[in-house]
Design a protein around this ligand. Sequence first.
Ligand SMILES: Cc1cc2nc3c(=O)[nH]c(=O)nc-3n(C[C@H](O)[C@H](O)[C@H](O)COP(=O)(O)OP(=O)(O)OC[C@H]3O[C@@H](n4cnc5c(N)ncnc54)[C@H](O)[C@@H]3O)c2cc1C
Length: 440
Amino acid sequence: MKDIKVNVIGAGLAGSEAALQLAKEGIDVNLYEMRPLKNTGAHVTDKPAEFVCSNSLGSNDVTNASGLLKHEMSILGSFLINIAKESQVPAGNALAIDRTLFSQKVEDLIKQNGKINIIREEILTIPSDIPTIIASGPLTSDPLAEDIKRFTGEEHLHFFDAIAPIVEKDSINFDRAFYASRYDKGEASYINCPLNKQEYEKFYEILINSPKIELKEFEKNAAFFESCLPIEVLASRGVDTLRFGPMKPVGLVDKRTGIENYAVVQLRQDNVSATMYNLVGFQTNLKWGAQKELLHSIPGLENANILRYGVMHRNTFINSPAVLEPSLQCKKRKDLFFAGQITGTEGYTESIASGMLAGINMAKYLKNEDLMILPDITMLGALLKYITHSNQKNLHPINSNWGIVAELDVNKKMRKNKKLKNQMLAERSLNYLNSIFHVN
Ligand SMILES: Cc1cc2nc3c(=O)[nH]c(=O)nc-3n(C[C@H](O)[C@H](O)[C@H](O)COP(=O)(O)OP(=O)(O)OC[C@H]3O[C@@H](n4cnc5c(N)ncnc54)[C@H](O)[C@@H]3O)c2cc1C
């Protein structure tokens, strides 16, 4: 498109994909990247689309949530997923890449197409006079983060993430768990997992002996809010601290037994369709294997399917329900889009996916076309619906998972067959996308 230029801030996973999508539509792009002039603390090269930690984009299997997302992205024409396949290294069912080759190929593609101008500069404020996609990532530099805070409102930008695990409701054992609200106030919408003294002591033993994830150097100064302390920190203060905190049993009676228990783990509904429940006050930095063992020691969660593990890390993200449309367009400035981890989607694949959609939709916006909003039968549509529609006070970044996708209209027995259910969910999404985008 003649005479139209778009700024993309951040040549990471989302920004590189967004820039390539814009260039494909004939739009000129200024792609701003602050590295190597200024680093993030996690990146080690000056290359675009650097994988900062693991080299895996997760499963390729369509019956895996992340796998389905990748299949959807292939249909929608993601450049980086294509390059990932070209840079693949053997990793069983997963799509793992040679990170040097991957970044080099992304850089080559960006340079070859002639539409994208990489500018090595730290952007300090949101440009006001040119259509812009902000894809500056979880480690957005401080001056820009400050300006985003000014733009979105103080309470709509977060710098640190303390997340409690989320489990799939269908995997909870209701022979032990029960619905109740404390002191029977309001609707009995919480799911409660009761522990007797012996079970609590076993749970406590596992917890205090569990290994934790080491915080990175740039995260060590992060202060935890007292009201948001990890369970392992609370537990280290004494054996009963949790029973007077997030595991407080008072006022929670299982009507089937009439018993008020020794301790209770409460789970709160996490999505509108009530398929996902988060463990209240259970933010944690334990290693994922240890979290699994700990959660499975809780009566009622013995076989819980963990959709999202707890994490604590430096993470800059906006409160998307207040700031963004599911198209990733800003509610209060139509020529401004956000993409990548800063939107509240979590993970490499998810960052590329939202970069792809932001690029596609910015191009559509500039051409006066309807923006692409995918339905929540697709993994990408569900992801964007989740981040733009969840309760504003509780938005925590999320990766692709089956709990966010619209439920299937099948009987309970079929729903319990996970493999079959996921296969059907995946077919529903891919059939839909193939029918819309006419690809086989
Ligand atoms: C330490 C760490 C480890 C992670 N490990 C994994 C993992 O193993 N697996 C996984 O799936 N996900 C992981 N993630 C989460 C996430 O998937 C990655 O951070 C991913 O790279 C996010 O993509 P992005 O495009 O949003 O941001 P990035 O890829 O970080 O890209 C943002 C870019 O913006 C640039 N930038 C920032 N501020 C400015 C500015 N003011 N001006 C110009 N440029 C700027 C940065 O230098 C960077 O290049 C990790 C995150 C972190 C922080």
